[in-house]
Write a protein that binds this ligand. Structure first.
Ligand code: CA
Length: 537
């Protein structure tokens, strides 16, 4: 599918080039050219939902170091991804192009880093560039990072402990906790690895808090004495929504494995790590086995186990970000370094009874985004404008004073830094999720869909099901009932249907509906996706 789909792209690219040239983009490029170029530090995590960051009002944890970035900079309240899955989000950031143009539609694709990516453009104006940590765009040949003076990346998804990494292409083995190791490597590069006479752009990218949420030895018993509050829709019955919400395979109740729930330990620990791990989990697991929980009590236990492990992984990220922010202060670099925090997408923290992402519903569509730039962004400011990972690459280029190529599809966020309530801003965002092939690779069984979100409404089309959903986010922020068929919303439906078509034209989205069978074999009774063949807890 991908081959024929992408083969039509050169024709589309020409069109996009012309269309984008007409778009007026406020740019700092001219103003910055003569000034000292700032350093750029992107701190990026995997699957970190903004409702587990205290700056975003988390009810479940505290993140004092992440909050520093918001308190000393700007918190973006409405940042959303274009395609809520790991690799595609990263490809969108590198290229500033939607998935159908950058060629990375779904995990398992191989990214072609030979194409235009923003780090190459930063190098051309003298930046030292590096990516350290999770890459997740494939490796070897064209998929290895290009445009980076230094790279050390996890092999594929990467483990939480003892990660093998590719250092400028060569396999290196590390022993220890991955979040700590990635931070050590980032600090090593910042302190000694780079050319100190040049500005830097570092992509400091954690695996955490991606499934299956293995905490560091320091945090194995954190939260043991507390009960994490449950979301009000933990026991969602999916009434009021279409088939897709009912067909998914990502519930805490049914999808989580014994491995996810730490009823079996990780397989790659050293004897010492395993002893520490078992000392923390075995007493808790014994208690669980004795209790013989059933029904909702069992789901509640799984939710607590899942959330505590997820939040323990977040705690390691937060501690390590504190180390880096402290070092920026001590080194004197903080004042001329733009620090950006984000994650490739959000995540369900028991919302709708789920974990994982993929859907255009708020919790996984939303990305955290906080930016600190001393002297340019007012401390403690907030921005409600609709922003996207499609804008990140353009923003980095603009910060560096580099002209934004006309074929990039997002816009620089720098105008919002000084004026968060800017009037001339976009009114809607386009979304498109692809990772449903209709065969065994379709992890979590989330059907393909596209949609549009405005400040108040969201229209979603599950096109291979021919089902539409509409949410009034002001009246129904938890998206519990689609109002698509409600006559009161007929005007909104009409307007948003036209808007989503306009965006598809603007972004030159090909029709891929025929590339996945309408009734794929994966929906036959008894089918289980490949990754979920492990014993269920
Ligand atoms: Ca992810």
């Amino acid at each position: 599918m991908t081959v024929s789909f992408i083969s039509s792209l050169p024709r589309l690219r020409g069109f996009v080039l012309k269309a984008s040239a007409l778009v007026f983009v406020l740019s700092l490029a001219g103003a910055l050219r003569a000034a000292e170029r700032p350093n750029i530090l992107l701190i990026f995590t995997d699957d970190h939902a903004s409702h587990s960051i205290s700056a975003y009002g988390s009810q479940v944890n505290k993140t004092p170091n992440l909050d520093r970035i918001a308190n000393e900079g700007m918190l973006f309240e409405n940042c959303f991804c274009t395609n809520s899955i790991c690799g595609p989000s990263r490809a969108v950031i590198l290229t500033g192009k939607h998935s159908h143009l950058n060629g990375f539609l779904q995990n398992g694709n191989k990214f072609d880093c030979g194409q235009q990516v923003f780090p190459k453009l930063l190098q051309q104006v003298g930046y030292q560039t590096a990516v350290i940590g999770k890459w997740h765009l494939g490796h070897g040949g064209k998929s290895d990072p290009q445009g980076f003076d230094y790279w050390e990346i996890l092999q594929g998804q990467g483990p939480y402990y003892n990660p093998p990494m590719f250092k400028n292409g060569k396999l290196v083995k590390h022993t220890g906790y991955t979040t700590d190791i990635i931070t050590d490597l980032a600090l090593d590069w910042l302190k000694e690895g780079r050319d100190q006479d040049k500005p830097f752009m570092l992509m400091f990218q954690h695996k955490a808090p991606h499934r299956n949420w293995q905490p560091s030895p320091k945090h194995l018993t954190m939260y043991d004495d507390v009960t994490i509050p449950e979301p009000d829709n933990l026991f969602d019955d999916y009434e009021g929504r279409g088939s897709a919400a009912k067909q998914q395979d990502m519930t805490i109740a049914k999808t989580m494995t014994a491995f996810d729930l730490k009823l079996t330990p990780p397989r790659n620990l050293t004897p010492e790590q395993l002893a520490t791990w078992n000392a923390a989990y075995e007493p808790k697991n014994d208690e669980f086995r004795k209790a013989n929980l059933q029904g909702k009590d069992l789901v509640r236990w799984k939710y607590q186990r899942y959330m505590k492990d997820y939040l323990r992984c977040v705690a390691s990220v937060d501690d390590n970000i504190g180390r880096v922010l402290d070092w920026l202060d001590e080194s004197g670099l903080a004042k001329n370094t733009v620090v950006i925090y984000s994650s490739d997408q959000g995540f369900y923290l028991g919302d709708h009874g789920w974990f994982d992402k993929r859907f255009m519903y708020e919790e996984s569509f939303r990305m955290p985004l906080m930016v600190r730039w001393p002297g340019r962004i007012k401390a403690g400011s907030k921005c409600e404008a609709l922003t996207s990972n499609l804008d990140f690459g353009e923003t980095f280029l603009d910060i560096a004073g580099v002209d934004i190529p006309a074929d990039m599809q997002g816009v620089s966020l720098t105008p919002l830094f000084g004026n968060p309530a800017a009037k001339d801003w976009r009114d809607s965002l386009y979304y498109h999720y692809y990772e449903f092939y209709g065969d065994r690779r379709a992890a979590h069984m989330v059907r393909r869909h596209y949609g549009v979100r405005t400040d108040r409404y969201k229209l979603i089309h599950f096109y291979n099901l021919d089902e539409w959903e509409l949410y009034d986010l002001e009246k129904d922020p938890r998206e519990m009932k689609s109002v698509y068929a409600d006559p009161e919303y007929a005007g909104v439906v009409k307007k948003l249907t036209s808007e989503v078509k306009r965006l598809q034209k603007q972004y030159q989205v090909p029709d891929d509906a025929g590339s996945v069978p309408k009734d794929p074999p994966s929906l036959k009774p008894g089918f289980r996706p490949a990754q979920n063949k492990k014993k269920k807890a």
